[in-house]
Ligand binder design. Structure first.
Ligand SMILES: [Zn+2]
Length: 295
């Protein structure tokens, strides 16, 4: 009798142990499954959140300028076509593109930006990498400011070294491309991966050099555009001019044109350009011009 009970006890015990192990197994597996599902869900949410943030970030950009700046922008290609035919008419609608080359400078660019803000007009900045690097963090912040305040950003090569870009006054396409790309990389580094610009200005002006056809073909292929100017304040030519002379030069070269692409510089040493800027803007406002940017 006693013997039999003990045998049953052993069987029961074995069953209990087996049941316990099985239940524990089920619990552990279920728990691991639930935990894994939670992790998957969390990862999905993280990816969705990242995508949403990227989309949000992308919305701030449009080619050459910020989303905010888009409403002031104008197709640079159309302007280049007009300029190439020396046709500055625009069906009675006057437009001016204030363009600043060789920036940024930590001395004059902030003042130019202050004036543009004060006057509530937009401009296009043709930036040069070497000057940006020279100005360090302050220069990079200025580019961000240009972008955030709705101006257009264009590529004026990294080195601006005419001897390298056009040896014997003749284009070296590979050197030019490398220089453009280097500047592009710097601009993207400052403004973020969604920034891009298709507008360039050749150092010294496209019209000044020989053998430019390969560059034109390259730009055409990449849907990019090189633009010169049809008016200037002459802050980089001839004898040094004071603010009044710069203003007069800008007005003289703009007169009678419904499309004006005005060349100026906001780099180091161009303090007189800063001084002249309010009067130059006043001239275009008084004469009914709309201020646009090139993209
Ligand atoms: Zn230049």
């Amino acid at each position: 009798m006693r013997k039999k009970r003990r045998r049953i006890d052993v069987k029961k015990l074995a069953l209990v142990v087996i049941a316990f192990v099985a239940i524990m197994g089920i619990i552990t597996t279920t728990w691991a499954y639930v935990d894994n599902q939670k992790k998957i869900k969390a990862e999905q949410l993280r990816i969705e959140e990242q995508k949403r943030k990227e989309e949000e970030e992308k919305k701030k950009y449009t080619v050459g300028t910020s989303h905010e700046g888009k409403k002031y922008s104008y197709d640079a290609k159309k302007i280049v076509e007009k300029l190439s035919k020396y046709d500055y008419s625009n069906n009675g609608e006057k437009i001016v593109f204030l363009t600043f080359d060789d920036g940024t400078s930590t001395t004059n660019t902030p003042k130019v930006l202050d004036i543009l803000k004060e006057e509530d007009v937009k401009a296009t900045f043709f930036l040069t990498g070497q000057n940006i690097e020279y100005g360090g963090e302050a220069s990079r912040e200025l580019i961000k400011r240009e972008f955030e305040e709705g101006h257009a950003i264009a590529n004026h090569t990294y080195s601006h070294d005419c001897k390298k870009l056009y040896p014997n006054r003749s284009l070296d396409l590979e050197a030019f491309k490398a220089d453009l790309d280097k500047n592009d990389e710097l601009l993207t580094d400052v403004l973020g991966k969604y920034f891009s610009t298709r507008v360039i200005r050749c150092p010294g002006g496209h019209g000044s050099w020989k053998n430019m056809e390969p560059l034109d073909n390259y730009l055409e292929e990449k849907n990019m555009v090189s633009i010169d100017w049809n008016a200037l304040n002459a802050d980089a030519e001839g004898k040094r001019k004071n603010a009044r002379e710069l203003t007069e030069y800008a007005i003289k070269t703009s007169q009678g044109k419904e499309i004006v692409v005005l060349l100026m510089h906001d780099t180091y040493g161009k303090e007189e350009t800063v001084k002249a800027l309010p009067a130059i803007i006043k001239y275009f406002k008084d004469n009914g011009y709309a201020f646009k940017t090139l993209v």
